[in-house]
Write a protein that binds this ligand. Structure first.
Ligand code: SAH
Ligand code: DHB
Ligand code: MG
Length: 231
């Protein structure tokens, strides 16, 4: 049988409904996406509903300090920074200096420069430095960079997170189930082990210090956000 995506088609009305209710993008968010596209960045930001979920989760823990891993053009950073109270701070890590430059511009245009700081460099190195520097812990950590490095982001993120804080990871579902479709079976378990997203999901699910679940999120089709609370 030919592969198509009946699932994302049947979810389209639900997605339209939810976006209308909850995730209407304003001028700054739309401008951020347009500027990112013009700069040639890939269009792999979180969906509007994903952004809304990040905003909700940050509010739920009254986040004053948020760490993001993987900035791209700053779309999710804008959602997160907007959830902060006055004096709150978002630190967002980005390997690619061109992405970081676009993000800084988008964040400035959204009026959020005082609340959001883009650090350029490899995320694992920067997070290790943060662990060593004993800076105040974060209330929320959003992981969305190199999928192979997800297990390390989770381990380091856990150390940088306060009790009761949230660790969140994008793209937790689609890659996990794509690998497990009928065609993937013959590729076997060796491949599973090398899939950072699957490994991160397993780590979170069995982590004694976390209560976690993957929430489905509608965007371009269905994907998931891993959400974990530090006990
Ligand atoms: N969170 C963004 C999307 C991030 S896309 C949003 O929703 O708007 C992933 C980003 O992670 C890309 O910009 C990529 O350059 C960056 N990245 C990839 N590997 C990285 C690494 N090792 N350290 C830091 N950033 C990395
Ligand atoms: C893709 C989507 C993402 O949200 C991401 O972080 C990386 C890649 C994608 O659709 O390829
Ligand atoms: Mg993502």
């Amino acid at each position: 049988m030919k592969h198509h995506q009946p699932d994302s088609e049947s979810w389209a009305p639900a997605q339209r409904y939810l976006e209308k209710l909850y995730a209407s993008e304003d001028a700054a968010l739309r401008a951020a996406l347009a500027r990112s596209r013009r700069a040639g960045l890939p269009s792999i930001s979180v969906s509007p509903l994903g952004g809304r979920l990040l905003f909700l989760l940050a509010k739920a823990v009254s986040a004053r300090r948020i760490l993001e891993v993987g900035t791209l053009g700053g779309y999710s950073a804008i959602w997160l920074a907007r959830a902060l109270p006055p004096g709150g701070r978002l630190v967002t890590l980005e390997l690619n200096p061109q992405h970081a430059a676009v993000a800084r511009e988008n964040i400035a245009r959204a009026g959020l420069s005082r609340r959001a700081q883009v650090l350029t460099g490899p995320a694992i190195k920067l997070m290790r430095e943060m662990v060593k520097s004993r800076l105040p812990l974060f209330d929320m950590i959003f992981i969305d960079a190199d999928k192979d490095e997800y297990p390390d982001y989770l381990r380091l993120g856990y150390r940088l997170l306060r009790r009761g804080g949230l660790i969140v990871a994008d793209n937790a579902l689609r890659r996990a189930v794509d690998q497990r479709g009928p065609r993937a079976e013959s590729r076997g378990r060796a491949r599973d082990r090398t899939n950072g997203v699957l490994e991160c999901n397993r780590l979170a699910a069995k982590h004694p210090g976390l209560v976690s679940l993957i929430l489905p999120v509608l965007g371009k089709g269905v994907d998931g956000m891993l959400v974990g609370v530090k006990k």
